[in-house]
Design a protein around this ligand. Structure first.
Ligand SMILES: Cc1cc2nc3c(=O)[nH]c(=O)nc-3n(C[C@H](O)[C@H](O)[C@H](O)COP(=O)(O)O)c2cc1C
Ligand SMILES: CCCCCCC(=O)C(=O)O
Length: 376
């Protein structure tokens, strides 16, 4: 509970009811009881034995925080700015596919919540609403600032298709491109195989893939995950856009160094939430090596297993510029649409604020590696 006792606030309407989730894990439990079990397995599951999936969360628990005291900071400042996008907290929304599986408004609701809370949303290329419509929804919720949307991209073997996707995202107002590079093929999700979940239900599609070059005007092109994609494609993309280009899914320090040489603007340290190569280490365990490889030249954003404000503080203390959350946003969306996503983002922001205060820090900039014990 914070010093303002917000959890027992004076406004009874703002008080959580007995069944309201109080944290991100309770949101997952609430979502599990409402989402179709086949879709729940798709969202919650990971690759093969789900070792990485479990370890992403467990690894945060293995680290301890060693707070400083008597720092005299009355208030905290959580705002950050990433690639010219101001954000109200160092937590952004990682790209996740298919939001309409859990709520009819899908990505529109997520975008409204993001805009209303001042959160950067990375729109998945596999969104079930087109990026232009997502941006319009974000503008409705926060007309003054414009949407802080970034666009996630799987580089397509047909460059004309990638070009068209980048043009769409740019026209929609996306402020950065996040290229996912951990998916030369799609990871094996045995839960989905068991459940026979192989395709989207009727009436739902990857709307960003509709009407692309080389197809019928209304046809939805399948997303290609191609093992042919290589650094030359990153170079080509770098030349063909003026937007910042981040790579998502770099986990090896040598690849982080290569990313620098190829002119990449930022990294998302991610193992895809344990959904691609299983047994990759937890991202928080990889963070110190990636931060050392990058040497402060570009921002490093971490995602995977972030569920508590203390997780955020640990990642920032170990050198991340921000963190991303994937599944918790989907749990919020499933439980209560836009309001649920807002609640997830607000809960985590409050936790970060309290954790910063308890660490004796006034802002993420005050967090240093010595506050974290049990470093890998
Ligand atoms: C249901 C689901 C769909 C996802 N879809 C994408 C996607 O379309 N593109 C992508 O780069 N990552 C995708 N991811 C990975 C997330 O961006 C992120 O790396 C991961 O969810 C972070 O872990 P967390 O869920 O533990 O927070 C997806 C993850 C989930 C759970
Ligand atoms: C071939 C469809 C691509 C959807 C990608 C979704 C994703 O990345 C995931 O982890 O699921």
């Amino acid at each position: 509970m914070g010093t303002d006792m917000h959890a027992l606030g004076a406004d009874p309407a703002a008080r959580p009811g007995p069944a309201d989730p109080l944290n991100l894990r309770e949101f997952q439990a609430a979502a599990k009881s409402t989402v179709d079990p086949v879709y729940y397995d798709y969202l919650a599951g990971g690759a093969w034995d789900e070792v990485t999936l479990r370890d992403n969360e467990a690894a945060f628990g293995r680290l301890s925080l060693l707070p400083r005291v008597l720092r005299g900071h009355e208030k905290r400042e959580l705002d950050v700015s990433l690639f010219g996008c101001p954000a109200s907290s160092p937590v952004l929304i990682s790209p996740t596919a298919f939001h309409r599986l859990v709520h009819p408004e899908g990505e529109r609701a997520t975008a409204r919540a993001a805009a209303a809370t001042g959160t950067i949303m990375v729109v998945s290329m596999a969104a079930t609403v087109a990026v232009g419509d997502i941006a319009a929804a974000a503008r409705e919720a926060a007309p003054e600032g414009g949407p802080a949307l970034w666009f996630q991209l799987y580089l397509q073997p047909d460059r004309e298709v990638t070009e068209a996707l980048v043009a769409r995202a740019t026209a929609a107002g996306a402020r950065a491109l996040v290229v996912t590079v951990d998916s030369p093929v799609f990871g094996t999700h045995e839960r989905d195989r068991r459940n026979g979940f192989l395709d989207l239900p009727a009436g739902m599609a990857c709307e960003n893939m509709r009407g692309l070059p080389g197809g019928e005007p209304d046809a939805v092109r399948p997303i290609a995950m191609s093992p042919r994609i290589c650094w030359a494609d990153v170079d080509w993309l770098r030349r063909s856009t003026s937007l910042p280009v981040l790579l998502k899914g770099v986990v090896h320090p040598e690849d982080a160094r290569l990313a620098l040489r190829h002119g990449v603007d930022g990294l998302v340290l991610s193992n895809h939430g344990g959904r691609q190569l299983d047994t990759v280490p937890a991202t928080i365990d990889l963070l110190p090596d990636i931060v050392a490889a990058v040497g402060g030249r570009i921002p490093v954003i971490l995602d995977g297993g972030v569920r508590r404000g203390t997780d955020v503080v640990k990642a920032l203390a170990l050198g991340a510029s921000a963190v991303g959350i994937g599944r918790p946003v989907l749990w919020g969306l499933a439980v209560d649409g836009e309001r649920g996503v807002r609640r997830v983002l607000d809960l985590l922001r409050d936790e970060v604020d309290t954790a910063l205060a308890l660490c004796g820090a006034a802002s993420p900039r005050d967090l240093t590696p010595d506050l974290v014990r049990g470093r890998p």
